[in-house]
Design a protein around this ligand. Structure first.
Ligand SMILES: C[S@@+](CC[C@H](N)C(=O)[O-])C[C@H]1O[C@@H](n2cnc3c(N)ncnc32)[C@H](O)[C@@H]1O
Length: 278
């Protein structure tokens, strides 16, 4: 018991979203899960609840199955990032604080007057952070924020009002493909934070991008060969997909930036590739 108090709670992986901590408990510590969760609460006074991830993220809406471990039994919270507030229910929508750097990286690039397609927008962090930044600088843009999950759409509408950016961000509910098909050569910028399958939307994304527009494409790549354990290029497969689809569409594409967003599994990482479409 003494050891338990001294160490494991602090070494557990934690995502903190507002007043909620979401953790993963290793198999050998499962029997102490509730006590570890109490220790997390004791060590972090701003937290009110601890939940455990159960299995992989599931479904089209990319939502976690969660088990309550300690504190208040509520999955609703308010999260703050880049001077914006986001109300959300962590059990019914996707949200990751780990994309904060990406959101501010892209927000720093958007120029006044741009037309932006913020696809797979969830409760709105990408479009709202971009809009708030522009508004603070007395700039504007035309952002369409698309999302399929009706619960996330409801929260996104709420968050647009909460952050007072309704003159910049308009919500589009439904499948991103349907929206993309209606927006031929419209977008100066397309943001695609659905790393598992964003590449499948590439033909429609390229069609929707204006000449000179930029696409931020998220995906996964392996950074180490599972058998040989040798390092591999995590961007290779996604780059190839971009080149192939651009060629098919007879559009010239130039890769302008790439980075590893975060580790994902022992052999894979989440990546982003920015490319310009001519
Ligand atoms: C990984 S989450 C990203 C959410 C948000 N951008 C963020 O950073 O927190 C991907 C989102 O895409 C939505 N989604 C999945 N398939 C979609 C589709 N075909 N059209 C529109 N949205 C979709 C999911 O419901 C989910 O909210």
């Amino acid at each position: 018991m003494k050891d338990l108090k001294a160490n494991p709670a602090t070494t557990l992986p934690l995502d903190t979203i507002g007043t909620i901590a979401i953790t993963e408990i290793p198999v050998e510590q499962k029997k102490n899960a509730k006590q570890l969760a109490q220790e997390i609460l004791a060590a972090n006074k701003h937290l009110q609840s601890v939940y455990e991830k159960r299995g992989a993220m599931h479904g089209e809406y990319r939502v976690w199955k969660l088990r309550h471990l300690a504190g208040k039994k509520s999955t609703k919270t308010t999260y703050r990032e880049s001077d914006c507030f986001f109300e959300l229910d962590v059990a019914r929508v996707y949200f990751s604080p780990r994309l904060a750097f990406e959101r501010s990286r892209i927000a720093a690039q958007v120029e006044t007057g741009e037309k932006v397609l913020a696809l797979f927008a969830g409760v709105g962090p990408f479009p709202i952070i971009i809009a708030k930044k522009l508004k603070t600088q007395q700039k504007t843009a035309d952002i369409i924020a698309n999302e399929l999950n009706p619960v996330a759409v409801k929260y996104m509408q709420q968050n647009i009002a909460l952050n007072k950016v309704s003159e910049i961000v308009v919500v589009n509910k439904g499948d991103a493909k349907k929206l993309l098909k209606q927006k031929k050569k419209w977008a100066d910028r397309v943001i695609t934070p659905l790393p598992h399958t964003a590449y499948k939307f590439l033909p429609q994304i390229i069609d929707a991008t204006a000449v000179g527009g930029i696409v931020h494409l998220y995906g996964f790549g392996s950074h180490r060969n599972e058998k040989t354990k040798k390092k591999t290029n995590p961007f290779r497969v996604l780059e190839k997909k971009i080149k192939t689809e651009c060629r098919k569409k007879k559009r010239k594409c130039k890769i302008i930036f790439k980075r590893v967003v975060r580790p994902y599994s022992p052999f894979s990482v989440q990546v982003v590739i920015d490319f310009a479409v001519k």
